[in-house]
Design a protein around this ligand. Structure first.
Ligand code: 5AD
Ligand code: SF4
Length: 468
């Protein structure tokens, strides 16, 4: 077989698999079902939509139930806990498979890029049928075909890739909003982080491909896009015709029918004045910035290989607040990095108090083998870490509450996103700054941007009323 490009090749395998699935359907007298379970970040969610797109094309019906004919776990490995969770759930899956030996169990994503994981799976979890990694998500149909034909376990992990395959199918979870990859991989090598090892080197998509994907999404009813990359601020640097992230945003802003633009994640070292200017004058870019701090101690930031210090970070926050007064700033913070002293931790608390985050994700440092930090001395004792974590959380929560209260009594634009599962007759939506609002409305309002009076701030969210 010869193909002119990868998309064509994968289309061929999808067609082949569809024939096989069809004959299985006929033998069983029912449709085959597939369940894709996502762990980890927005990147993984986006990959899962592509995986489900391929499975749907092959003829599988989507289900949330893991008693399916095919179950695929798209894994995360950013912290040790994420890995433990997978091993636990695999035990549960093996019991389901005992009752349905025809069932196919697949594993993919970040965790599969670690050699010791695949070794363990091969030794102790032999019932897994297909294993692949982060670089070859797009060849799922090819791998499944091999599995169907050979009846053997298929394992295919790539060390890296320079390839970006466009135009494969995708099943979107929401009709009105969508993630859009603008780049893959990461070149930063923060000393605690495993992502560069499992997601490979930084590669930007061509702006034309991004724009045409977004136009297509808008034609299908999407009003909000989330531009995805490990470090969106360095977008475009490696392109043949380099452009900046701010320039890309300006092009996206022009797309008619698109109403909201979000992006994540921003690395403080690459956040430019140009970007702040573009955000300040934009009508579509949401007033939201996720700006991971990791630590407030300049000493630790250096050891973390973050390329900024406490003062530079605070200057960025000040610039953002000055240019975009009602911007919501959120962050990621790690507690208990090796060698973290009480003084280092107090520096982190100090930044939290000065930056006044709208919300923050806090993580206990997790040792990831293969990263430089894993070999560093002075791992902080567990009880000290726990104490610092609790203190940090209480300061963050108090500030979040105060920040949420500021918009109480104002009217804001809200994109209605889903039916509220807790209160009958209510829906939930988000402000431009990403805060959540619950209000009375019908499910037909999902996907609409409406004006909402924020009647009551309740800690981290609002109860609102639609304004005609
Ligand atoms: N331990 C704890 N948290 C980590 N993160 C990344 N690596 C680790 C680790 N080894 C956090 C960082 C990052 C977020 C996605 O996960 O805060 O911003
Ligand atoms: Fe996402 Fe990182 Fe987890 Fe991979 S390891 S899923 S990139 S958070």
């Amino acid at each position: 077989m010869s193909f002119t490009n990868e998309t064509e090749k994968q289309q061929y395998y999808m067609d082949k698999c569809r024939e096989i699935v069809k004959s299985k359907e006929q033998a069983l007298g029912r449709k085959l079902t597939a369940c894709v379970v996502t762990f980890g970040c927005q990147m993984n969610f986006k990959d899962s939509e592509k995986l489900m797109g391929i499975l749907a094309e092959i003829g599988y019906e989507e289900t949330d139930d893991e008693h399916a004919d095919l179950v695929l776990y798209n894994t995360c490995t950013v912290r040790e806990n994420a890995n433990l969770k997978i091993y636990g759930r695999l035990g549960y899956l093996s019991k389901i498979k005992q009752k349905n030996p025809e069932m196919i169990i697949g594993l993919c994503g970040c965790m599969m890029q670690e050699e010791h994981v695949v070794e363990k799976l091969n030794k102790s979890y032999r019932f897994v049928d297909v294993i692949f990694g982060t670089h070859n998500v797009f060849i799922l149909a090819e791998l499944l075909y091999e599995r169907f034909i050979s009846g053997h376990k298929i394992e295919d992990i790539w060390d890296g890739t320079t390839e970006i395959v466009e135009d494969l199918p995708s099943v979107r979870k929401y009709s009105f909003k969508s993630g859009v990859n603008i780049m893959y991989g990461c070149n930063n090598f923060c000393s605690y982080c495993i992502v560069p090892y499992v997601r490979g080197r930084e590669r930007s998509r061509n702006p034309e491909d991004i724009i045409s994907e977004i136009k297509e999404l808008v034609n299908h009813g999407v009003v909000e896009v989330m531009l995805l990359g490990q470090n969106v601020n360095s977008y475009g640097k490696t392109l043949d015709n380099p452009i900046s992230f701010a320039q890309l945003l300006e092009q996206i802003e022009e797309i008619e029918g698109l109403k909201r633009i979000r992006f994540m994640t921003s690395h403080p070292k690459d956040l430019s004045d140009e970007l702040i200017e573009v955000m300040a004058k934009s009508k579509k870019i949401c007033k939201q910035m996720h700006l991971p701090l990791q630590s407030g101690s300049s000493r630790l930031l250096e050891i973390m290989n973050r390329h900024y210090n406490k003062e530079q970070y605070l200057v960025l926050v000040e610039k953002l607040r000055k240019a975009i007064p009602d911007i919501g700033i959120t962050t990621d913070i790690i507690v208990g990095f090796p060698g973290e002293t009480e003084e280092d931790f107090l520096e982190t608390l100090d930044v939290v108090k000065k930056a006044r985050y709208d919300s923050a994700f806090t993580f206990i440092y997790s040792k990831r083998s293969g990263t430089p930090a894993a070999k560093m001395p002075d791992q902080v004792p567990e009880d000290v870490v726990k104490d610092r974590f609790d203190r940090l959380l209480s300061v963050i929560n108090e500030i979040s509450r105060e920040k949420t209260a500021v918009l109480e009594g104002t009217t804001q634009e809200v994109l209605i996103e889903e039916v509220n599962k807790k209160i009958e007759g209510y829906v939930s939506g988000r402000l431009s700054n990403n805060s959540v609002v619950h209000l009375k409305a019908s499910k037909d309002d999902i996907g609409k941007i409406v004006n909402v009076y924020l009647k009551e701030a309740k800690g981290f969210y609002y109860m609102g009323e639609m304004v005609e």
